[in-house]
Design a protein around this ligand. Structure first.
Ligand code: ZN
Length: 491
């Protein structure tokens, strides 16, 4: 989680004002068509949306909005809970919440829940102020509420609320029953009478899959894997190692977090992480390297570098699909539990779609009805839980029973309407997974095509050009479900 300080909370909106001035000049320029030709119509459309959602008069409110979301992230990041005499933060507690021993994970959940119950009033208050603040900003610019403004800020340049609403319906109708079946298999494997909240993200009675090697061996495994996957990935990983573009080993006083970023002056990607001996270390080698690989192969021309305008619904396809392309090499990292990893990964990604869609629907309810009380918001979440995750029994968890579980999802506070991008991207990554099962090379070729297209076009057009179906188009969800079911049975 990235924590800003007060300086950035105040300066970012002021900086946005300068960028907005630049956009205005650009749009009045007689060379606009020429620029459009070089950077693409999607980039121009995104800029137009950004202008629609900004005005200098919003700066004080935007500063307050930033301060509120910083207050939330600080509250979560500074949490200290007592775990058997040891002081832990919430992310370290997660390991125990997924422990193979059911009693231990139930207890860890009680500790986690206890923190949120204790701070519920404060978190409710922060969120209430955020919703009111964003609604006020939207109304100042003539929007009915924050939904459309949020779409503009997320650069939704090629689909609307209606298409997302249609996607949600398909998820509820076709996808949730499928996910429920997958959970039922997991229940049997775990030997539980009923899947409870503390069985979430637990896949095996013998514990989670963890990498078998040292950090150096994981990097060496990455090198071997990418050298065999394709010529392009071989060149990419070699360059990353030669230029020392990984900073992934833990050391004292190192900042937390894990991400891919860029060193623009050199036109190279850079990966930052903290290896900690969990399967998350391998996600760095697959997911973050997926982002980095795309950056590596996309154009480096400073003007037509389409990476500048890439939207998250596309960028996350690069990374989430790489997780699947890497699967045949998982024995390098997990030894004889390679197959367990693949099974966990598929079940985990399948389970994500209902959750991600629920997070998005919740935000539509909240911003569509900005006068709901905190209690009414929690009731709305509770209803969504029943629609999207009917397999889960939440009895006994104060945090979940009161409908407050969303309070742990930082995107809801910090990046409204971001979450559906992950859903849209995961649904495309599934399509690559399905394709690679019958023709790995063809799937790889289409993936390369998508990576090269970068941010040059609109989401639906670039999917079509890469042989993918558009998730909100008719029957797409049903087809994905049918094919995934077959793949799952083969595992
Ligand atoms: Zn990512």
């Amino acid at each position: 989680m990235c924590i800003r300080d007060r300086y950035y909370d105040e300066k970012i909106p002021e900086f946005e004002a300068v960028v907005n001035e630049y956009r205005k000049v650009l749009f009045q320029s007689p060379y606009l068509d020429f620029v459009k030709d070089r950077i693409g119509a999607a980039a121009i459309k995104s800029m137009e949306l950004s202008m629609k959602a900004f005005d200098d008069s919003l700066i004080p409110l935007m500063q307050e909005e930033n301060a509120l979301s910083t207050r939330y992230s600080k509250l979560i990041a500074s949490a200290k809970v007592d775990w058997e005499g040891e002081e832990l933060n919430l992310s370290l507690l997660r390991k125990y919440m997924r422990h193979e021993n059911r009693k231990i994970r139930k207890k860890a959940w009680a500790t986690f829940s206890g923190f949120f119950e204790e701070h519920q009033q404060e978190i409710d208050e922060i969120y209430d102020q955020l919703v009111k603040n964003r609604t006020k900003q939207a109304r100042m610019l003539g929007f009915d509420n924050y939904i459309e403004m949020g779409y503009c800020r997320m650069n939704r340049n090629s689909y609307s609320r209606e298409e997302i609403a249609e996607l949600r319906e398909q998820i509820k109708k076709v996808y949730v029953p499928f996910a429920t079946k997958i959970h039922e298999n997991r229940r049997k494997r775990l030997g539980a009478d009923q899947l409870c909240y503390y069985d979430d993200c637990v896949y095996f009675t013998q514990g989670a899959t963890a990498p078998i090697g040292t950090p150096e061996e994981i990097l060496a495994g990455g090198q071997k894997m990418y050298s065999e996957l394709s010529e392009e990935t071989n060149a990419f990983f070699q360059m990353m190692m030669d230029c020392e573009l990984f900073d992934v080993l833990g050391r004292k006083n190192k900042a937390t977090g894990g991400y891919m970023t860029e060193i623009p002056d050199y036109g190279v990607p850079f990966i930052f992480a903290n290896f900690n001996g969990t399967s998350g270390d391998i996600d760095v080698i697959t997911h973050e390297c997926g982002h980095a690989f795309q950056y590596f192969i996309s154009g480096k021309d400073p003007i037509s570098d389409h990476n500048r305008f890439i939207t998250m619904d596309i960028a996350e396809i690069h990374s989430m699909s790489m997780e699947f392309f890497a699967e045949p090499w998982m024995e390098l990292f997990f030894g004889e539990r390679g197959n367990d990893y693949r099974k966990m990964h598929l079940e985990d990604t399948i389970a994500f779609i209902p959750y991600g869609t629920m997070v998005d629907e919740f935000q539509h309810i909240v911003y569509g009805n900005p006068d709901l009380t905190p209690r009414e918001r929690r009731q709305a979440w509770l209803k969504l839980e029943q629609e999207y995750r009917p397999h889960m029994d939440v009895t006994g968890c104060g945090f979940m029973e009161t409908g407050a579980y969303w309070q742990r999802q930082h995107h809801i506070f910090e990046m409204p309407f971001y979450y559906i991008d992950y859903v849209l991207a995961q649904l495309c990554a599934f399509q690559f997974k399905i394709k690679m099962d019958t023709n790995f090379q063809e799937a790889w070729g289409q993936y390369m095509q998508l990576c090269r297209l970068s941010g040059s076009g609109f989401y639906p057009d670039m999917l079509k050009e890469s042989g993918l179906n558009i998730p909100f188009e008719k029957d797409c969800i049903r087809e994905i479900v049918n094919e995934l079911e077959l793949l799952y049975q083969k595992m």
